[in-house]
Ligand binder design. Structure first.
Ligand code: NAD
Ligand code: GLY
Length: 362
């Protein structure tokens, strides 16, 4: 059994720990009791995840005399919406949950973002705990306090910053994750190597088989290290005034691909993989980085079974979508671009023609 690793997210009076360990769901209630005086817990999950892990979490809370209300939401990104948030708010009001109540999110990023958003607005904010069960949620979405629901006119367009009280990541939950979800999560792990830590990138290059096979020692190491990098960035720039934007490396073109394919074809991490490659090609075209960086990145992503080439969609559609971004001024875009592995730069004023050239030349 692996020891639990703790990563601290340092945010003065809102500092919290991310716990990463094996078989820790049973101890969740005993941990939570130390952090809250409230006794009411609403546990949000979906059927699939609840059937695997819900009872374990519920029992651990009830052992500590928490009063647990379970609410199951339907499976899918399309339910991360305003209406579903409204339903949960009504349930909380009808059950007379007070301001000491705790919201617990058990699931991937969809559940975490939705439950976190409700926690941020219910009675102007109640405590919130993340129990992430996908790799993507364990390395990214459960950390840093971005919570949101989607609007028909845009993804994550209604949201808040609301930091969790605790993140409780059980490695054992990753065993049931479908292969494609696991690999998509690895794209975000690779991102941390490119934006922050070349040695970590090198570690990933040297552990490809263990990564693919979900070796638990390696999983714990990459999750802890990814969380440590994100924790450091969020501690320095919680509300994304500057530095935090580097976490969006690969996401600008990635989001455009997701949108033009109507969120139906690719997992988020897969588009991040394509987006990181395209952004690195852009950096080369702007003489910011070398071919070697691109080759190592492509090679690692390909070996991890992730897509690196743009899908057969119209480049003009991608470009039009990019230009709709709220940060665009005078048709000029902002991109996070690599200088080398482990170092990126936020580059402003990039015009559509330069982007088009790099998308076509791939
Ligand atoms: P997801 O929540 O849709 O989960 C993926 C699939 O895996 C779902 O079908 C889910 O039911 C299933 N699943 C979850 N845990 C499982 C387990 N242990 N075993 C078997 N199946 C399991 O997707 P995701 O990739 O975790 O999250 C994507 C969401 O996260 C998007 O809405 C995205 O906008 C959001 N996100 C938020 C942030 C942030 O900072 N808040 C960052 C990145 C992504
Ligand atoms: N996932 C990007 C961020 O948390 O800022």
């Amino acid at each position: 059994m692996l020891d639990v690793t703790k990563v601290k997210v340092d945010l003065s009076d809102r500092t919290y720990d991310i716990n990463i360990g094996q078989d820790i769901l049973n101890n969740f209630g005993a941990q939570l009791i130390n952090l809250t005086s409230g006794r009411q817990v609403i546990l949000i999950s979906n059927d699939l995840v609840y059937n695997y892990y819900g009872q374990q979490v519920k029992r651990s809370l009830e052992r500590e005399n928490f009063e647990v209300l379970v609410h199951i939401i339907p499976e899918g990104e399309e339910f991360k919406n305003w209406q579903m948030a409204g339903e949960i708010l009504s349930i909380l009001l009808e059950a007379r949950f007070n301001r000491d109540a705790v919201m617990v999110a058990l699931g991937g990023g969809v559940i975490g973002d939705l439950a976190g958003f409700v926690a941020a607005v219910y009675q102007r904010g109640i405590d919130f705990v993340q129990i992430p069960t996908t790799l993507l949620a364990q390395v990214d979405s459960s950390v840093g306090g971005k919570v949101a629901v989607n609007h028909p006119l845009g993804k994550n367009m209604i949201g808040a910053f609301h930091q969790p009280l605790l993140v409780w990541a059980d490695l054992d939950t990753l065993v049931t994750l479908p292969e494609r979800e696991w690999l998509a999560g690895l794209a975000e792990v690779v991102k941390y190597g490119v934006i922050w830590d070349e040695k970590f990138f090198y570690f990933l290059e040297n552990n490809i088989q263990k990564l693919i096979k979900r070796d638990l020692n390696v999983a714990q190491k990459i999750i802890s290290h990814s969380c440590a990098i994100k924790a450091r960035i969020v501690s320095e720039d919680e509300k994304e005034q500057g530095l935090r934007a580097i976490l969006n490396f690969g996401h600008t073109i990635g989001h455009a691909i997701e949108k033009v394919t109507e969120y139906k074809v690719y997992r988020h991490g897969e588009t991040v993989a394509m987006g990181m490659v395209a952004a690195t090609q852009l950096a080369i075209n702007l003489n910011l980085c070398s071919d070697l960086t691109l080759n190592r990145l492509k090679n690692l992503l390909e070996k991890l079974g992730l897509p690196v080439s743009l899908p057969p969609v119209s480049i003009d559609n991608i470009l039009d979508t990019l230009l709709l971004d709220k940060k665009v001024r005078n048709k000029k875009l902002v991109f996070v671009l690599p200088r080398k592995l482990g170092q990126v730069e936020i580059v402003k004023g990039i015009n559509g023609e330069i982007i088009k050239k790099c998308l076509v030349s791939k």
